[in-house]
Design a binder for this molecule. Structure first.
Ligand SMILES: Nc1ncnc2c1ncn2[C@@H]1O[C@H](COP(=O)(O)OP(=O)(O)OP(=O)(O)O)[C@@H](O)[C@H]1O
Length: 763
């Protein structure tokens, strides 16, 4: 039986009225909320008037199961239990009621995929009936369709008009048709009597907005509403919550502002920070800030990072004293993962280990590495398997062309992918004409281009591509594969064409990173073209068996929300990748805070071990610096303080009831105020002082808009010197603060001039 903490008890025993619970990762929210519900029932609350809202189906099922089990273990065994739902399931129930009342006509829920895509295409077609062929074709491209679908979701989530949303999202002019297409899509779905998943909430809410008198029939049925993961609520869900609670229900919301990561779905930190208490006033605030998930070093690292955000509550994340230390390491090379995962089979199972990435493209180097090393893995999204991606297979077709038997006409199986990727923007008919011509006459770039009615630029591009295909068909498969990658990228104008075809910058960056990762991998193999293809074919096949088995989970950070693993690897921790940005000049403070929250969520998934991989797998380390978040973690200081805390705790536990005395433990840190605040919670006597005079020196690290920045050296920094190699900064001279003492790996200690020595940070 768990001994609930005082903080948990406070939430459970909350008397009445609205409440906001700020709960850090792993603080036992589910346990607390389950006990809260049991407490309400024990107090005589009517279970039919209690509603628990969870963020997705899995969380709902998990909560309902834990509630049943805990009820059975308590005096509530056999007592009816309240409804546990998601916002969508409540929306669904409302749709049914509104249908019964004759307010809304019944509609079939349509599955995502082809049936829905057909309607979307029709809507776009209607909105572009007068537009050029080229624009119509572009609008029906996969990337543009995806961008339009995202737009419709945001219109519904934010409850604003499509034209306002268009402005708010600052979409490009060539997507202006989104506004009309939204209206057409709504009409088409109404005419066909179908609706999407998001309509489960959108339709009833819009009905109430249109007929406010409906509110009285919907509100005030509940006495208590409990909402989990409130930090990711969006405006339409907030509207629904207000509607359901009316003036009767006491609403308790639980969440962590620092984990607000669904802004692209309309979530905003303001909801939890200020809006809730403004709308549901008076409101009592509670904290659950002891985590049962990880040890002190990880808590301290997490606090250090997130303290750089301004839009937050300054809540500290604390580890319970009894938690074993969490091991945190920085890995510099993707190859280092092999040793980590082959050491112990235990770490290979899905529940135990996870590799988390900022975006799927960063998983490509990890997947390829695991395939090569035979490490089984499973992907949270199966479609993200590297060899399931059409673009990768299209790219590999260029290699297959080289390996086809000499003197044979180029097969259309290979020609079509090479004409489609990187895109040449040919229509289906134009592409078909090229293929038929090649099949009849062979590849004759001039003749083919003369026969097609293309604009001069299109003609030039097609000719270039055909010449390249011709060149490849004559190349020997014994040539090395590495240089061919560079040729393909150059001769097909890959980066430019990917940029041209993408509907959003994010899409084009994702594609480019995926391709870069594959290119880097091919170049590392140092084999010839036929050997490379044989290896890829084998990996494609073995991939089937490696990928579907229980193996290391690979997920994006977004997909890891609410989950935890013994071992977590954060891969691709390089500037531009995580934090993710295309152009530093456009990377706003708000974007940075949002990326930092994502990093915070990623860190706090680990229980026993956290591995931080700075290799982005793209072989462009010269351009990409390690992620700023790694520096912000203050790993060295966090470790030192955690270590002292464990020692102090061990000493205290051996002499029970004795107040800690000055143990003589002291530590010099960069952020003494933060560490001191943390230590206060543990009644610690560790002496914390600020590092004396951190030395500011010129480095190649650039801060936004400042050119070459002054970045301070700190004691404990891991450095690398051009001539002496790796070392640790031991001392900063008190008198002459540009003199630093560095101890190198061979044991030599050297006093160096901080602003002159050819030094850089390691990792
Ligand atoms: N008071 C407690 N003492 C010891 N362990 C606890 C306590 N409360 C919760 N735990 C443990 O902490 C872990 C996480 O708890 P729980 O499953 O309730 O939280 P969660 O809701 O899944 O996590 P999170 O807080 O990240 O949402 C569980 O293993 C649980 O048994």
């Amino acid at each position: 039986m768990i001994q609930l903490t005082e903080q948990q008890e406070n939430v459970i025993q909350h008397r009445t009225g609205h409440a906001r619970v700020m709960a850090v990762a792993g603080s036992g929210k589910t346990t607390t909320l389950v006990h809260r519900v049991l407490h309400l029932l024990a107090q005589g609350a009517n279970p039919r008037r209690i509603l628990v809202l969870m963020y997705n189906k899995a969380a709902r099922e998990d909560f309902a199961r834990k509630l049943r089990l805990s009820a059975a273990d308590s005096s509530m065994g056999g007592h009816p239990l309240p409804d546990v739902r998601t916002f969508h399931s409540i929306g669904h129930k409302l749709c049914q009621s509104l249908q019964r009342w004759g307010v809304l006509p019944g509609r079939q829920l349509i599955q995502e995929g082809w049936p829905y895509e057909k309607l979307v295409r029709e809507a776009i077609h209607r909105s572009l009936s007068d537009a050029s062929d080229q624009l119509q074709r572009k609008a029906l491209d996969k990337d543009y369709l995806e961008a339009f679908l995202q737009f419709t979701e945001r219109v519904k989530a934010d409850l604003i008009r499509p034209d306002d949303q268009f402005q708010r999202l600052n979409l490009p002019d060539d997507q202006i048709y989104f506004i009309d297409a939204f209206g057409h899509l709504e009409e088409i779905m109404a005419a066909q009597g179908v609706m999407t998943f998001s309509d489960l909430i959108y339709r009833p809410v819009m009905a109430v907005i249109a007929q406010p008198e409906l509110k009285t029939r919907i509100s005030d049925h509940m006495d208590h509403i409990i909402v989990d993961e409130y930090q990711d609520i969006n405006p339409i869900q907030q509207y629904l919550l207000t509607l359901l609670s009316g003036s009767r229900a006491s609403v308790m919301v639980v969440g962590d502002v620092d984990q607000c990561i669904y802004e692209w779905r309309g979530a905003r930190p303001e909801f939890m920070l200020s809006q809730f208490s403004a709308e549901f006033s008076p409101c009592q605030s509670y904290s659950l800030n002891y985590s049962f998930r990880y040890g002190h070093a990880l808590s301290l690292c997490a606090n250090h990072v997130i303290s750089h955000n301004r839009q937050r509550d300054n809540q500290l994340c604390l580890s319970v004293d009894t938690h074993a230390p969490t091991d945190i390491r920085v890995l510099k090379d993707i190859g280092d993962l092999t040793a980590c995962f082959s050491q112990s089979d235990d770490f290979q199972s899905a529940e135990v280990s996870a590799v988390l990435v900022r975006s799927w493209s960063l998983s490509v180097p990890v997947q390829l590495h695991f395939l090569r090393e035979g490490i089984p893995f499973r992907l949270m999204q199966q479609s993200q398997f590297v060899f399931n991606q059409p673009m990768i297979n299209q790219f590999l077709t260029y290699f297959r062309l080289v390996c086809q038997p000499v003197n044979q006409p180029v097969s259309s199986d290979w020609l079509v992918p090479c004409l489609s990727f990187p895109p040449l923007f040919l229509s289906n008919r134009e592409q078909q004409n090229v293929v038929s011509y090649v099949q009849q006459q062979g590849i004759d770039p001039d003749a083919i281009c003369d026969r097609l009615n293309l604009k001069p630029y299109g003609k030039k591009r097609l000719k270039k591509r055909l010449n390249f295909i011709l060149h490849l068909s004559r190349l020997s498969p014994d040539q090395p594969a590495g240089p061919l990658v560079i040729d393909i990228l150059k001769e097909t104008d890959a980066w430019e064409m990917i940029d041209k075809a993408a509907a959003t910058r994010e899409q084009s960056e994702e594609k480019k990173k995926t391709l870069q990762a594959l290119a880097a991998y091919i170049r590392q193999q140092r084999c010839n073209i036929s050997q490379f293809l044989a290896m890829i074919d084998e990996q494609q096949q073995s991939g089937g068996s490696l990928v579907n088995r229980r193996g290391v989970t690979i997920s994006t950070v977004h997909g890891a929300k609410g989950l935890e693993w013994d071992r977590v690897v954060l891969a691709g921790l390089a500037e531009g990748h995580f934090p993710c940005y295309q152009n530093l000049a456009d990377f706003s403070l708000k974007d940075e805070e949002s990326e930092r929250r994502l990093f915070y969520v990623a860190l706090t998934r680990a229980k026993k071990q956290l591995l931080l991989l700075t290799d982005n797998g793209l072989n462009d380390d010269s351009k990409k610096k390690r992620s700023r978040f790694l520096g912000e973690m203050q790993l060295q200081a966090s470790y030192s303080v955690a270590d002292l805390l464990y020692k102090e705790h061990a000493a205290q536990s051996s002499v029970e009831g004795v107040k800690p005395e000055r143990t003589g433990h002291s530590v010099q840190v960069e952020r003494p105020e933060l560490i001191q605040q943390y230590l206060t919670f543990f009644n610690s006597a560790i002496d914390v002082t600020a590092i004396a005079n951190p030395v500011a020196v010129r480095t190649s690290y650039r801060k936004p808009g400042t050119g070459v920045a002054e970045v301070p050296y700190r004691i404990g920094d891991q450095l690398v010197h051009k001539a002496f190699g790796e070392g640790v900064l031991l001392e900063i001279s008190a008198e002459q603060s540009n003199r630093i003492t560095v101890e190198f790996k061979n044991g030599d200690k050297k006093v160096l001039l901080a602003d002159r020595a050819p030094l850089d940070w390691l990792n």
